[in-house]
Write a protein of this length. Structure first.
Length: 255
């Protein structure tokens, strides 16, 4: 095979059970549990309305502005795959539009990530297949090649091997190496549980509606201690406990 014009047909994919296990987890939690080192960068933004992107990577390398290998990828991808395209980040010509989007949906592709541009943006919003791209351009692509399928690629420093997990939500996209997926999953579940607990504590401790209070001793309005207040607890129907950053607590009356 000529380097730069190669197609690899088979590779090991992350298991469907692991893909499903990651779907409820925020991308931010998963990225934090990988030392924030496997993110796709802020240039890759969702072109769809909402929803989670999750599935094994089907990697494509293409010349900027050319989508010959992307057409081949749609035909060759398995249901549930995420087609990930390194188009060099060039936004002059779109690599993917409405007709290719419909073909990908018919093939059962879970979504796409393109380091390049798309066009027919309204169609992405209407059909809502998870698609992340670096931009939008009305100019169409060329179909000459070269390109590769099934080899390692990199998007904004995010290294991707075929079969790795691709995970995306409204915050962005990341890649979980398939060999590390179970370890990352366990850590991410723990982090989400800890943050859920913290959010519940915040909801219980902070006042949901603004109430003007006076802090004991009388005459010291809350505005004077804003910078020192950590959180407020309700003590009774008529009083509150103000917890200060330095650790001391003062009682306050509702007024």
């Amino acid at each position: 095979m000529t380097v730069g014009f190669r197609i690899k047909k088979t590779w090991e994919r992350i298991s469907p059970d692991l893909v499903d296990a990651f779907k409820p987890l925020p991308v931010a939690n998963v990225g934090d549990c990988m030392s924030r080192m496997f993110a796709g960068g802020n240039a890759l933004r969702p072109m769809h309305k909402d929803g989670v992107l999750a599935g094994p990577a089907f990697t494509v390398l293409t010349r900027p502005g050319d989508n010959l290998m992307l057409h081949k990828a749609i035909d060759a991808a398995q249901p549930g795959d995420v087609i990930v395209v390194d188009g060099g980040g060039d936004l002059t010509n779109s690599l993917f539009g409405e007709m290719m989007l419909m073909q990908a949906i018919k093939r059962g592709v879970a979504g796409l990530v393109l380091n390049g541009a798309v066009r027919d943006r309204d169609a992405f919003l209407d059909h809502n297949l998870p698609v992340f791209a670096a931009g939008v351009s009305h100019r169409g692509p060329y179909k000459d090649g070269p390109g590769e399928i099934g080899f390692p690629i990199s998007l904004y420093g995010m290294r991707i091997n075929p079969g790795d997990l691709i995970l995306g939500d409204c915050d962005g996209v990341l890649c979980v190496p398939k060999e590390e997926a179970e370890t990352v999953l366990a850590a991410s579940r723990q982090k989400k549980a800890a943050e859920d607990k913290q959010m519940a504590e915040i909801a219980a401790a902070y006042l949901t509606d603004p109430i003007r209070i006076e802090v004991t001793p009388p005459g010291q309005p809350v505005e004077r201690i804003d910078q020192s207040v950590h959180f407020v607890e309700q003590k009774s129907k008529t009083s509150l406990l103000v917890n200060h950053l330095d650790g001391h607590r003062t009682e306050a009356a509702l007024v």
